[in-house]
Design a protein around this ligand. Sequence first.
Ligand code: PBG
Ligand code: ZN
Length: 344
Amino acid sequence: MKEIVSPARDTESDNSTYVLPRVTPTMRMRRLRAKAPLRAMVRETHLRVEQLIYPFFIVEGTNIKKPISSMPGIHQQSIDEMLKEADEAVQLGLTAVLLFGIPSSKDSQASGAWSDNGIVQRATRELKKRYPDLLVIADTCLCEYMDHGHCGLVHDGKILNDPSLEILARSAVSQAAAGADIIAPSDMMDGRIAAIRAALDANGFENIPIMAYSAKFSSGLYGPFREAAESAPQFGDRNSYQMDPANGREALREVLLDIEEGADIVMIKPALPYLDVISQTRELTKLPIAAYNVSGEYSMVKAAAANGWIDEKRVVMECLTGIVRAGADMIITYHAKDVAQWLK
Ligand code: PBG
Ligand code: ZN
């Protein structure tokens, strides 16, 4: 029997040797890793272009394409420019976009959110005219349209819950009327899924699904988005409506509530720090799960890649594959165009 003897240490004080028992593994995991086609054959998770949702930030005007400094490659753009980028997205094989609107004026009733002539409503009509088969998902929230930047109505420095439901519902109905294929409420008011479902049904949109931002955490990773959407709260923070990042069980309660209220798809947001929540949601429900790979997650990868510290393609594919492995069926991501290209 051969003995494996570790090399003697090179310090004078320590001249000991270690005699290790000989070990012969019976199961060699490396057998299936030896050849590329074999690795491909046993690969468990596949990212597909159909799973990707690409966000747009739309502003009033024409000919506007303004880079967002903290999100390289992403722009605020007018409808005409957005249509050009939609051409590109469709060419790449992307099948779904998510619309955020930045109105030219904000007020205390978020009127831009529910006006039939609102920026998202107009963008939706133009997109559906040009691409009837492209899935247009409308983010339903009030923060971009409120002068105070909160996701609900405000009175005496407090964010009101129940009065906000009515304008959220009105906003969802006007988005559906403009042709949105999916309504995605991101406000985190209690009862909004039921309110929006009832309003959609009452207006003949019973076939329009709701993608609920069910477990939306109060996250530092939304920072770049607030520059993009010009939606930073003007006082306080969002802690009275968005979730505490420490709370996994509470996230599952949010998911269950949204399902009871009629959600068709549930969303976990952000994605990477909350993969446990995604996988527990996968155990909890048979509903499709969306994950939002948010602006800060994107910016961190872009910044590290720009510095030459990481291989961008490799890291993006690893992150998104991890989100799917955790249990997500679809991913909202600013990397969508790049990934679509890489998957070709
Ligand atoms: C607002 C909203 C936010 C995001 C989507 N909708 C930010 C917030 O709550 O302030 C974040 C998306 C991202 O960071 O990419 N309702
Ligand atoms: Zn909001």
